[in-house]
Design a protein around this ligand. Sequence first.
Ligand SMILES: Nc1ncnc2c1ncn2[C@@H]1O[C@H](COP(=O)(O)OP(=O)(O)O)[C@@H](O)[C@H]1O
Ligand SMILES: CC(=O)N[C@@H](CCC(=O)OP(=O)(O)O)C(=O)O
Length: 294
Amino acid sequence: MAVKEKEKIMQSALEKANILVEALPYIKKFSGKTVVIKYGGHAMLNTELKQAVMTDLVLMKFVGINPVVVHGGGPDITGMLNRLGIESQFIGGLRVTDSSTMEVVEMVLGKLNKEIVSFINQLGGRGIGLSGKDANLIMAAKKLGKDQADIGFVGEVENINPQLLKTVIEEGYIPVISPVGVGQEGETYNINADTAAGALATALQADKLMILTDVEGILADRNTKESLLSVIQTEEIPALIEQGVIQGGMIPKVECCVKAIQGGVNTTHILDGRVPHSILLEVFTDKGIGTMVK
Ligand SMILES: Nc1ncnc2c1ncn2[C@@H]1O[C@H](COP(=O)(O)OP(=O)(O)O)[C@@H](O)[C@H]1O
Ligand SMILES: CC(=O)N[C@@H](CCC(=O)OP(=O)(O)O)C(=O)O
């Protein structure tokens, strides 16, 4: 082998070693801690991206961190409803959910849930799929929409029963949860996945809540990704909403971060789910990526 070739191989090995060394303090810091990851619509776009996210989760589990996945699936639900000739209607970002819509929501989320579990298992992890109905994990009650509108079977979280989750985490599984809640009378509720993730992170007293979405994080100016706000204190949020900096789908995300912080979650993050391995880059590097809300 030529000397130049050998040098190149050594250089590349050294770079890999440096990356592992950079990760060491973070592995130590987060070992044994729980991290809740909200994995939603746009970060689920293609198989490669799904595989990259699942690889991160499996790696985390192998180094002693406990990931818990809460998934969405809004675009898939809308797609299936379209195919069935049912129009989707949203009020204040929540899907108006009559009983036939609820049936489709539960069906689509169930399929996505098993798909995620299957990815984790193929990568050597131990995925287990649960809905909020399993062991009464997510107890919910009817939620009214904006201006007291009746939005059907949309639920708000009343109570989380995390015991089963704690057991499966201790047994070495990676729980994958679909945001379907159950009411006092056994009725089924459709819960926004960000909200479900926030409530679960609080109930588990997770160290981190990570919300994967389709932008770099919170931007001061949505036209330039250079305007990314790396850290935001919870107290700054009302003004950012008031000034119109944070709008639309980002509002429930930051509100959910604030609630989780107030509920005892250490840090919350809004990350770009379109970037492969965004979870690893956040947890295991000095710089991190996305926006940290703390
Ligand atoms: N300040 C902001 N910075 C970045 N994105 C913002 C901001 N304010 C509003 N948004 C919007 O929020 C969207 C993310 O919310 P949403 O579409 O509900 O995500 P998801 O489908 O991942 O749940 C972004 O695509 C962007 O259009
Ligand atoms: C009440 C409500 O709106 N529920 C959502 C649940 C899925 C979800 O939140 O998925 P994303 O995170 O991918 O948007 C819905 O029906 O679309």
